[in-house]
Design a protein around this ligand. Sequence first.
Ligand SMILES: Nc1ncnc2c1ncn2[C@@H]1O[C@H](COP(=O)(O)OP(=O)(O)O)[C@@H](O)[C@H]1O
Ligand SMILES: [Mg+2]
Length: 488
Amino acid sequence: MARLDVRVRTHLDSNVCYIAREGRPEERVTVRELSLSGALVVGLSTQLSEIFAIKPVLPGKGEVELLAKLVRQGKEGAAVRLFYSDQDTMQALWEHIRDNLPPTDSCPYCRHPDDSREGSCDKCGLYLNFSNKNYLERHIENTFAQRLNIRLSRLNLEHIQKIIQFVDAKLLKVQHRSPDKEFLGTCQGMLSVFSMVRKVAPTEMSVLLLGESGTGKELTARSLHHLSSRRDGPFVAVNCAAIPETLLEAELFGYEKGAFTGAYATKKGKFESADGGTLFLDEIGDLPAALQAKLLRFLEDRLVQPVGSAHSRKIDVRIVAATNCDLQRAMAQGQFRTDLFYRLNSFTIKLPPLRERGEDKVRLARHFLEKFSRSENRFMEFSDEALDAIRNHTWPGNVRELENKVRRGFLMATGRVVDPECMELDQGGPAPVPEADCKPGATQKDYVIKVLEQNGYVIARAARQLNISRPSMYALIKKHGINIDNMK
Ligand SMILES: Nc1ncnc2c1ncn2[C@@H]1O[C@H](COP(=O)(O)OP(=O)(O)O)[C@@H](O)[C@H]1O
Ligand SMILES: [Mg+2]
């Protein structure tokens, strides 16, 4: 790199900067059109050297140092490109630029008029949601190819090989990494799930998620949404098994006023609510035949016809469907349309059951215990017996069951250690100990009282929050000697 013989000190609040060079008086110039990638320096009387340091003083943040490279020096001023030594400097400059953006409806990058600040610019495609805390990350990702391209002409073969090796190594890691820090998995089965999620998420393909109940199908659907370009649009989840068949069509497709008794006003369906985003159809195996046909039509022409309406509307929704039932068998029995299955089955991700995830069982258990400990500010750990019981249990309810057992253990444990008995885990461990034998400590009593308070002393509601049965809740109250009547 060329020698740095110029120091530019600039006060960005006034956009005036001073250029100092060895052996010469400071020169007053103006910085115009400051962006993350470059700036225009106006009022310079002499030629700048090729690379120089620029030291902006950011109001409220102090002085930061950037490297600047002269791109062009003409009548309008000197165009310089900016380089950053670290992420903090870039973040500080970005915050300054963001806070000083002139109010305008057009895209600040390409001046395309009327651009909303929610998603990306229709013309240049750059992300414009400046209030998003991850804006800078998204912007760097967005402009990666462009920035690399600018530098390409200066690279020699050795540089190019190094970059390719670096990118490959990063990609290998990223492809297998969980898409979200709350989505855990290190076993082979889960690594391959993460890899598939990363591959298919950015596409527009419909995805079918298979797996037993509680294996993380909904979590996967949310990851697919967050890693897609639809991430700023809505994510709408519908459980097809939870809504009575007679209401499901209206719920999914919406209805017109007067379409049926009780339709007092026109109502949007879930498809329309998910417009621009992702619709997660859970328990798709329970979709009645008539609605299977309607869903198939939607997948073919992307049109939605509300109940009682003569017109269809075009809706831009990506479908992620899930089921824990055996669709092959449902097809053989004529309960699930073969054409719909093949339409949905173009990309399938199968979530492995928890019992096949090896040490992930323990990792997940520790993750949940830590989560509960943090939220209650009461730190707990598993006994060795508890860890063995977690390893040996067959987990028919999968991760959801594990989370519930850990929650139970957290609540019922004596002192700081969670034993298998407190989680009601017996397999591989000693025989289950009746609940009354788990002697609670004072902090647990406080916790139970807090939950009761939060639920207006309604036992059933408190039990639901704790994910335990009503009799267990009564037992817990009795054990702690809590007198609800006195508390109300
Ligand atoms: N790999 C995982 N890491 C962390 N939490 C998980 C994981 N898989 C599932 N969970 C949690 O387990 C519960 C059940 O997951 P969910 O996605 O609703 O399962 P499904 O839709 O298959 O029934 C949720 O609370 C979810 O956050
Ligand atoms: Mg589910």
